[in-house]
Design a binder for this molecule. Sequence first.
Ligand SMILES: [Zn+2]
Length: 361
Amino acid sequence: MVDLLKELTLIPSPSGYEDEMVRFMYNAFSGFGCKVSIDRVGNVAAHFPGTKKETPRLMIFAHMDQIGFIIRQVESSGFLRVERLGGIPEKVLPGLKVLVRTDDFKWLPGVIGSKSHHVTPATEKYVAAAIDQLYIDIGLKTREEVIQKGINIGNPCVYMPSFEQLGNSIVSGTSMDDRGGCAVLIALAEALHQSPPALDVFLTATVQEEFNLRGAIISAQHFKPDIAIGIDVCLSGDTPDLAGQYATHLGGGPGISMYNFHGRGTLNGCIAHPGLAQRIIYTAAQENISLSRFSSQGIITDMAYVQLQNEGIATIDMCFPTRYTHTPVECCDIRDLDSLFRLLNVFLHQFDETFCINRFS
Ligand SMILES: [Zn+2]
């Protein structure tokens, strides 16, 4: 799992420009004897047909994209001004390394500038600069030079991909959100290849979650699942700034999201399907996997929209605790990803037609 996660984390894949991740997931799924397809927007799906008829259809998905930037202006001096692509926290930006994509799919290095410390007045020292005050330096001196390199308005940028192992089982990097989920999908594909499921399973690696939370909708409309399980990060409540606020912690096992909601202009979220939640909690207990319950405002995934598709889908967000979300040093625990894989693997292999998809029977 560590080597796979490292490989996934080092692939630059901002929302809307997931090409390298699409290729990676397509190749990874293709090794497991399933039918693999890529839809018009870039979602990659692996279909494992069920051995029993009359069972529900299950979609498990994780997003391939990551937060980043889009170039808004190339200044005559060669500096780049950018907009945020997804939930980039401005307070961590000055002094970071980035990659900027050219028109011909190359990634060039750059840095986010910061006023030299020696001349920063006290009034600016403790204030986070807004995105429109920041700029990217790619070492070129004129607009013409920048454009000649294939970099122009609308091109994407990402944090410089990085991956480190910390301590014994913690890994830190630029896009644990949601390459951790993609790693679990690949592990599930391998397991489903070795042991076919009773029900039809669609493993879907999706696009544009960080941009508009709706890439997974296309897969849900196409595959018409009765049940959908999302895999994404949840907040880890074990850092000095969040201590005591959440039951989740690194190494404490995966999380089951009972409730999430985003109210700032979005007004959507996901309340776990009670039958699914019960079944997953039961499976975890049976397998001796510790599972943390998680509820939070401020978090939302594309499940918020997937649940409303077709005739309504029974949905639940499963997660792995992550520290410092949306910074370039997101940390998670490799043991939690392993346990999440084991839990979902047992869950989907034990699933049968007796499960009540409706909330009321
Ligand atoms: Zn995510």
